[in-house]
Ligand binder design. Structure first.
Ligand SMILES: [Zn+2]
Length: 64
């Protein structure tokens, strides 16, 4: 899961939406219901869930 920050171009409202990274990002504003007005707020710090399985595989190159 990841938390995305959005803002609505129309009502200028900010939203924090938590969803899976493989899901398509929402485009419609949940507040004013305007279509296609949500924009991802890249200025905010993205919060990524670093679970197990993100280890660097270079460690396995020591084969001697
Ligand atoms: Zn809106």
């Amino acid at each position: 899961m990841a938390i995305y920050d959005f803002y609505c171009k129309k009502c200028k409202e900010n939203f924090t939406i938590e969803q899976s990274m493989k899901d398509e990002l929402p485009k419609d504003c949940p507040k004013c219901k305007a279509k296609n007005t949500l924009r991802q707020n890249y200025g905010a710090t993205p919060i990524l869930f670093k679970g197990e399985g993100f280890y660097c595989t270079d460690m396995k190159k020591t084969t001697n």
